[in-house]
Design a protein around this ligand. Structure first.
Ligand SMILES: [Cu+2]
Length: 182
């Protein structure tokens, strides 16, 4: 079930990126010029949105992978929210960010207890089993549209399931160098 969802996300990402297997073959051997113009390769996986308690707020988690020259995530939009903001967590407190860098050949993680997307003023309360369309806007790669599955509120991506006790602390170990989750 989780595998299928991830595959769906990967396909959705590729559909938007012209360079994702689509146009790379057209230039043949045009060497350096083509390489210079090739867009940075952004891939998003592991995306999920825990079912929120109401229509006020929902969080979103995902990982952005870069296999190009690095990029910057500058904004996010979604059909289900008036606006989507980018947050990081510092010493247990959320701070809104204007942008997030995606390191070259590295990844940018949004995980529980760390960075996250914040969906504000939802059009409706998304339910488990739904998918939410989310558009990620990058400085170099342009807009990457993904389908984000809605998961149970206690969903744990490490196990692929949801447990009664949410282990938020452990989820942070894969994260972004934050050490201060209380
Ligand atoms: Cu937040």
């Amino acid at each position: 079930m989780r595998v299928a969802a991830l595959a769906l996300v990967a396909v959705a990402g590729c559909g938007v990126l012209a360079g994702c297997g689509g146009t790379t073959g057209s230039g043949g051997k045009d060497g350096s010029a083509a390489a210079e113009k090739a867009p940075p390769h952004i891939r998003v996986d592991g995306a999920y949105l825990p079912e929120p308690v109401d229509t006020g707020l929902a969080a979103g988690f995902l990982t952005v992978h870069d296999t190009g020259g690095g990029d910057t995530l500058t904004s996010v939009t979604s059909d289900i929210a008036d606006r989507v903001t980018l947050h990081r967590t510092v010493s247990g407190r959320m701070e809104m960010q204007k942008s997030f860098a995606v390191p070259a050949n590295g990844s940018l993680d949004f995980t529980r207890g760390g960075n996250h997307l914040m969906f504000e003023r939802l059009t409706h309360k998304p339910k488990v089993g739904e998918t939410v369309t989310v558009r990620l806007n990058f400085t170099r790669s342009g807009t990457v549209t993904i389908k984000v599955p809605v998961r149970p509120a206690t969903y744990n991506p490490a196990t692929g399931g949801s447990s009664g006790k949410a282990e938020d602390d452990t989820a942070d170990t894969a994260g972004t160098g934050g050490t201060a989750t209380p």
